[in-house]
Design a protein around this ligand. Structure first.
Ligand SMILES: [Fe+2]
Length: 362
């Protein structure tokens, strides 16, 4: 996005995955990944999955995406979902999907055990697809107390809209005392600054899509994305913006006092915080603390952007609040899984690609 400065350099948050003979992350690699998550709130584990493993996962997600009876997620932009700009849906808790989730959990066991107890629930296993013309989500935090995972099952380019993060904005004990005791306030100011630009970007884009032959709007789509009063946290709906009903960004966020603080702290905000967009290669896995500020950008390419996602609780989580941010498949609700279950379950029987064997630790 032109108005928003976003770095595409994620090298400071990457750890190349090194596996042991049991195909689990080595102790050294686990320690490096944990340090990254503590410091920045996220880690990008490059090359965690072999080609064959990523292909296996991609086939599982394809099957769900092609299923007319798939179970849509309810928390993202429902308007984008309804106009096929996004397709966020949960995967059924069948043997293959559970096996793939188990393979990931077991490979990352050292990290998961550090954050999550064995009895903590798997909140969702899902696939997140964005198509050309989707809205750029507002910068937000997911419900706290969760470790979320995105796996790139194919290469994701910048234009396809790899996730944007604001490293270092995760919430932890004593965080309030950082940045001269102003951490919370400064993070919120930065979020407002970004979201004002995202609001403008989404409106400008929708105006350009009117009459566009490359990205035509569906009948009623402009009205539903700009003038509807329906609940949707990630559209630039003007009425919800003006009446302060969008919890992510609205006129309420732009009081004279806030505008003055934004002006007064403009240099400090740029010095302290930055937006970083991941464009992970096939087989890379991103782990992040759910309270880290982030957003799913718009897909600006004709190629659909797909991610596999899995979220596991770190703490007890109030059920209604859980469903605000995560959409477990009905089969997962009927047969709940915990981290302990995933660690004991037989993993998906996928052959490792020969070239990855050389990355194994001795
Ligand atoms: Fe999110």
């Amino acid at each position: 996005m032109q108005e928003l400065r976003v770095s595409s350099d994620t090298s400071a948050f990457e750890v190349p995955a090194v596996l042991d003979a049991q195909r689990r992350l080595t102790g050294d690699c686990t320690a490096r990944a944990l340090a990254m998550m503590d410091t920045h709130g996220l880690v990008v584990l490059t090359g965690l999955l072999s080609e064959a493993e990523a292909d296996f996962g991609l086939e599982l997600t394809r099957r769900t995406i092609e299923d007319p009876d798939r179970s849509h997620s309810t928390f993202a932009s429902e308007t984008d979902n309804s106009y096929k700009r996004r397709d966020f849906c949960s995967l059924p808790a069948n043997a293959e999907v559970n096996g793939f989730a188990a393979m990931l959990a077991q490979r990352l066991e050292g990290i998961y055990r550090e954050f999550c107890g064995l009895s903590r629930p798997v909140l969702e296993v899902a696939t997140f697809t964005s198509y050309l013309g989707s809205s750029h989500q507002y910068i937000h935090r997911d419900p706290a107390g969760v470790i979320s995972l995105f796996a790139a099952l194919e290469d994701v380019s910048q234009a396809q809209g790899g996730t944007v993060f604001v490293p270092g904005t995760h919430l932890y004990g004593g965080m309030e005392n950082t940045h001269g005791g102003q951490a919370r306030a400064l993070m919120e100011l930065f979020r407002i600054l970004c979201n004002a630009r995202i609001f403008r970007h989404n409106l400008t884009k929708l105006r350009a899509m009117r009459g566009s032959t490359a990205t035509p709007l569906a009948p009623g789509e402009f009205r539903d994305r700009v003038f509807s009063t329906k609940w949707d946290q990630h559209q630039p709906n003007l009425l919800r913006f003006l009446t302060g009903k969008n919890a992510q960004f609205s006129l309420r966020n732009l009081t004279p006092g806030t505008l003055w603080k934004l002006y007064r702290n403009r240099d400090e905000l740029t010095r302290l915080f930055a937006l970083v967009q991941a464009a992970p290669r096939k087989g890379s896995v991103i782990l992040y603390r759910s309270d880290l500020m982030h957003a799913g950008p718009d897909n600006r390419s004709p190629q659909p952007r797909r991610f596999f996602g899995m979220s596991i609780a770190r703490d007890m989580i109030e059920r209604k609040y859980w469903h605000d941010g995560y959409s477990p498949h009905p089969t997962l609700q009927a047969n709940p899984l915990t981290l302990g279950d995933l660690l004991e379950m037989p993993p998906a029987p996928v052959q490792a690609a020969p070239q990855q064997e050389c990355a194994l630790a001795g």
